[in-house]
Ligand binder design. Structure first.
Ligand SMILES: C[S@@+](CC[C@H](N)C(=O)[O-])C[C@H]1O[C@@H](n2cnc3c(N)ncnc32)[C@H](O)[C@@H]1O
Length: 459
């Protein structure tokens, strides 16, 4: 018997109230069950056992009674707390909460300090000894504390970014506290940007061209676009502008042999396949079966037939190593801390630490090492991350260059200019010995944080 899918309710149904007592305007705006749910969800997220987005979607799947608007409000609250967790924890600790329920006091503190609720709006949530605590919270005031607290960074991240000039780090940290916009891109294989922009406008979706990527469109707000006809037809995809620029940096051409070593669900594969005009051969390799499984339907929707997926057991897997010396271009979009995506995934800063970064850098070096022999003489190797940390970026570039004199470093900003994409000069970063790298930053370029290094294998 086929199971009938229950479509999630589209109506903003308010959460049910337990008692029949008349409600104050404040309680109607912020019902107790809503706050109780936010607290229990926050307690789950704070375990940091799973990514916050998967905790939230699991919760919503199990609470079908929640309307679209309530889901949005809870997500906004939880993500706000994750962004500002360092200063909220600091102020909650200073206000000496009467019980150890961290999630409860963080939620109440966030309602006041992030969402500007006043006592009248939340007094129905506060009883007994919490009333005195609330007074102490107010008195705890605006002490901004150390720079790590001001930046909303854990200590390990503050230390890892300490080489950045202080005022620039302040600006970067502020930019990471603002939710990222939704970026789309056209499928260059069969769509033109002005036409897709016009179609979006017809559906009431405000969007404009991204400043650097010739395929990008930046939306105002976060409309659901998965059912838009242009999306269903494969004429557009969701992709941060920075990620689009990395695919452009690889610059794959018609008829070439190209490898996307860490293809994941294919964010960059799809654009590269289209840039190759659906010719040649594009291998999409990854160790994650689950991520590669998501790539298949996206490739089909994009109308690509030049992509072949390879599930690797590890980076030295013979299924890819047997193609040594055959590739015109290899992209290593390495697993990384994701610190460049903190606008979207603020929990990442709380789910990692120095030991994890050390493990990642070891893996990054190993993958790059395994990728190098795959490049043909005269071919191109690109190493990319969505990390802000020098350890994962310029230091990996430097170590690889030192160990591989057969590869010469290419200036990535000049390489992009050669394919018609002009970036400002500040997108070029000089590594420890002045090797040129590409660094995209949210506060400078409006993209997520990305790094890329590019080499050509000498003939
Ligand atoms: C940054 S993500 C890739 C994102 C993807 N390129 C995109 O644009 O959507 C890094 C990927 O590396 C994969 N990975 C991790 N270890 C690997 C290894 N040893 N060899 C190949 N891929 C690996 C992960 O499964 C993950 O999908």
């Amino acid at each position: 018997m086929s199971k009938k899918k229950v479509a999630p309710s589209r109506k903003p149904a308010p959460l049910k109230q337990a008692s029949g007592e008349p409600k104050s305007p404040a309680e109607l705006a912020l019902p107790r069950p809503f706050v109780a749910q936010a607290i229990s969800l926050m307690a789950e997220v704070l375990k940091f056992e799973r990514p916050a987005d998967s905790v939230l979607s699991y919760h919503f799947k199990n609470h079908r009674e929640m309307g679209h608007a309530d889901r949005g409000r809870i997500a906004e609250l939880v993500y706000g707390i994750l962004r500002h967790l360092r200063s909220l924890r600091d102020v909650v600790a200073r206000s000496e909460p009467p019980s150890p329920s961290e999630a409860r006091y963080l939620v109440l503190a966030a309602l006041v300090r992030l969402q500007g609720k006043n006592l009248r709006e939340i007094e129905h949530l506060i009883k007994g000894e919490d009333t005195e605590w609330f007074g102490r919270l107010k008195a705890a005031g605006q002490d901004k504390g150390t720079s790590a607290i001001r930046h909303e960074f854990p200590d390990w991240l503050e230390t890892a970014l300490s080489a950045m000039p202080a005022d620039e780090l302040d600006t970067l940290a502020r930019s990471l506290l603002v939710p990222a916009p939704l970026d789309l891109r056209i499928n260059p294989l069969h769509a033109r940007r002005p036409e897709i922009l016009a179609q979006l406008e017809k559906h009431g979706i405000a969007a404009k061209e991204t400043p650097f990527s010739p395929w990008g469109m930046r939306l105002e707000g976060k409309p659901a676009i998965q059912r838009h006809p242009a999306f269903v037809k494969g004429d557009m995809e969701v992709q941060d502008e920075g990620s689009q620029l990395l695919a452009a940096l690889v610059a794959p051409k018609r008829g070439e042999m190209v490898l996307d070593f860490c293809a994941g669900a294919g964010g960059k594969t799809l654009l590269m396949g289209a840039l190759m005009k659906n010719t040649g051969r594009l291998y999409a390799a990854d160790i994650s079966e689950k991520r590669l499984a998501k790539l298949g339907p996206r490739v089909a929707r994009a109308g690509l037939s030049n992509v072949q997926t390879i599930r690797l057991a590890h980076e030295r897997d013979d299924r890819i190593q047997r193609l040594a010396g055959k590739f015109d271009r290899v992209l290593v979009d390495a697993p990384c801390s994701g610190t460049g995506t903190l606008r979207r995934n603020p929990d990442l800063k709380w789910r990692q630490g120095e030991a994890h970064i050390a493990e990642l850098t070891e893996l990054q070096a190993k993958i790059l090492e395994a990728a190098a022999p795959l490049v043909r003489p005269g071919g191109v190797l690109v190493y990319a991350t969505c990390s802000l940390l020098p350890q994962e970026n310029t230091l990996i570039q430097q170590a690889f260059s030192d160990a591989h004199p057969e590869f010469e470093v290419v200036d990535p900003v000049a390489q992009l200019a050669a394919v018609g994409i002009e970036l400002p000069a500040d997108a070029l970063i000089a590594g420890p010995t002045n090797l040129p790298g590409l660094q995209l930053l949210p506060h400078r370029h409006g993209t997520d944080g990305f790094f890329a290094a590019i080499w050509r294998k000498k003939i």
